[in-house]
Design a protein around this ligand. Sequence first.
Ligand code: 3QA
Length: 232
Amino acid sequence: MGKIAIMGAMPEEIEPIIATLHDLRETEYAANVYYEGNYKGQEVVVAYSKIGKVFATLTTAILIERFCCDKLLFSGVAGAINKELKIGDLIMADGLCQHDLDITAFGHPYGFVPEGDVCIWADSWLKQIAKKVAYDKNLILKEGIIATGDQFVASSERKEWIRQTFKADALEMEGAAVAVVCASLDVPFFVLRAISDSADMDAGFDFDEFLKSSAKLSANFILSMVEKLKNQ
Ligand code: 3QA
């Protein structure tokens, strides 16, 4: 089994993972730090990209091309769109789209550019592993569409537009960038998010309040997935 990449966007999203690694090695590259280590016998490479699609694209490409990871698991927090999602709930991405990509002036749908796809689908085998982990741990794991854009959404109007346009259940700022890179390089990927806020007028406050606790829920789940993958 090859190396597994574990990626977050913010330090809080990967610190609980790095804290569990053995034989930790740090490499500085492309103005960032990559952490190689071992989790229960599985080699992993962990990094936080920094916020947004551009940094996420860069980090995903480096984890695959320079660190030779053959799978990528993203762990982090998200804003809820679907009313069934409450703070602390876990959602895995089925499809991911870019809500801020707009060449509709040329008659194309939102989220589409030529030779791209509005929605990119996460790896179904990794989703199956996640369902088994949820079952083993007696956790509820939801599945849905995640919308990505370079905006911290704190508006019910914007949230409702994203829901209607993409049928999205949650939103964040990196997932679709990870998906585009992994799909292009034919690397199986999985995106997990724990809800930190509801992307409404309270979002800034809720985010500050729940970033750490929700990030830890996501990180713990991802670590269980790594263990399960190792035993496959
Ligand atoms: C927000 C983080 C970014 O990496 C995307 C969190 C949770 N709630 C969201 C929302 N809209 C968009 N995305 C999210 N992550 C970065 S801004 C806060 C930075 O604080 C998911 C996410 N409502 C830094 C302190 O100055």
